[in-house]
Design a protein around this ligand. Structure first.
Ligand code: NDP
Ligand code: MG
Length: 384
């Protein structure tokens, strides 16, 4: 029997973190949790450390007391210690399940350390795709996609020749508001936006799913992971969220990956790759009817999708600006400062106002990111 793979799980206290823990719980002979991180949910971090006897636990925010960890857990806090956890020598895989732009720096640290990366944090590729992919190539590191659509593509292209790929079709549920009349969208509440029909996810990605900014981020993520230009990246609405992506080859044949709408399938595939073991949850039941319908997204209903595509076509810092302005707009929507349809307006204004440039280093990317956030904040003020 081979030794279990040692895993560092960044963002252990979140929704993806929960699904990864389900996979590890199921496969304790094959997987071992070496380190975990959270941002501020101290109680949950302690709970996970206790259950999985985790040697290293980390919180970004300094907690009031550090008393209740098991004696065998070494606890740290702060940004520097997060990067140390991300780059632990003993680790075989770093799962990056931090939400938002905060994932970029730990992803780069983990890549620098030479371990495999299981990447759920799409924002790091959207912000710094060129730097992330270049560093991974230099360090000979595998980036295995955990986002369900990208993991589906990853599964479909195993053993295939990249040059024979014609296009990638990412499926989208359409989110919580896909059937809400368009004229009602400016008035929808945060609670309505968070009622996702199929997926249980963290709040940011659930809102991004309703605006389809999420699929926009995923187009950019797919560009960096699979090296296809924007015109070869398609998006289709698939309300049942069972087909996660479709790969079209130059001969016209399409391959798809199907599984129920739960992240444990993609995450287990990515973490155990290239092995397969029994899944955490039941597979599809074909003894009952399954709806596999597809239809194109309406640009009027989902303007964020087109904005993301335009930012990918523009290149340079435009995708970073798309991501930063979306994060600021979503925060403002969650704080009830702007309406739902002002999210795309703020992204559009910010994209129009920012001076596109190239950032080649982490420092340049982070500086650009904070400049763009300032610009997006001003747009929020103008709207609220
Ligand atoms: P959640 O909000 O549920 O969890 C986010 C995690 O990141 C938590 O552990 C949180 O800690 C931590 N975190 C938050 N802010 C920071 C920060 N500034 N620095 C370090 N850690 C931080 O998000 P999800 O699990 O839904 O999403 C995680 C990532 O995975 C996102 O990039 C998302 O787009 C992607 N993704 C998610 C899917 C899903 O099904 N949820 C599907 C596909 C991709 P704390 O809990 O302490 O606040
Ligand atoms: Mg996805």
């Amino acid at each position: 029997m081979t030794d279990p793979k040692k895993i560092v799980l960044l963002g252990a206290t979140g929704s993806i973190g929960d699904s990864v823990l389900r996979v590890i719980r199921k496969h304790q002979d094959s997987l071992e949790l070496l380190g975990i991180s959270g941002h501020s949910n101290f109680a949950k971090l302690i709970e996970i450390a206790k259950e999985f006897k985790v040697p290293h636990a980390h919180l970004v925010k300094e907690p009031g007391n550090i008393g209740s960890f098991p004696e065998t857990t070494r606890f740290s806090f702060g940004n520097k210690a997060l990067l140390e956890l991300a780059s632990m020598e003993e680790s075989d895989i770093c799962v990056v399940a931090i939400v938002g732009a905060a994932g970029l720096q730990p992803t780069l640290s983990a890549i620098e350390s030479g371990q495999d990366i299981v990447l759920a944090n799409k924002e790091s590729l959207v912000m710094g795709g060129e730097l992330v992919m270049k560093t991974a190539k230099e360090r000979d590191v595998r980036i295995i996609p955990a986002d369900s659509e990208h993991n589906a593509v990853f599964q479909c292209i195993q053993g295939e020749c990249n040059r024979q790929l014609e296009s990638i079709i990412l499926t989208a549920s359409g989110g919580a508001l896909r059937d809400t009349p368009i004229e009602k969208l400016p008035e929808v509440t945060l609670e309505e936006t968070l009622l996702h029909p199929n997926w249980s996810m963290g709040p940011k990605v659930t809102i991004d799913s309703a605006t389809m900014a999420n699929k926009g981020l995923e187009l950019i993520e797919a560009h960096w992971l699979f090296g296809l230009p924007p015109e070869k990246l398609e998006v289709v609405i698939h309300p049942s969220s069972i087909t996660h992506a479709i790969v079209r080859f130059i001969d016209g044949c399409c391959l798809a990956q199907l599984s129920p709408p739960s992240m444990t399938f993609a995450l287990q595939n990515a973490i155990l790759f290239p092995n397969r073991l029994e899944g955490v949850e039941q597979s599809l039941d074909f003894s009952k009817p399954i709806d596999l319908s597809f239809y194109p997204p309406s640009p009027k209903r989902f303007p964020c999708l087109q904005l993301a595509r335009e930012s990918l076509q523009a290149g340079g810092s435009a995708p970073l600006a798309f991501n930063a302005s979306n994060e600021i707009a979503v925060e403002a929507f969650r704080a009830n400062r702007i309406g739902f349809m002002e999210i795309p307006s703020i992204i559009k204004d910010t994209l129009n106002m920012h001076d596109s440039s190239q950032a080649h280093s982490l420092e340049e990317l982070l500086n650009l990111d904070s400049d763009i956030r300032r610009l997006a904040h001003e747009r929020v003020l103008a709207h609220s």
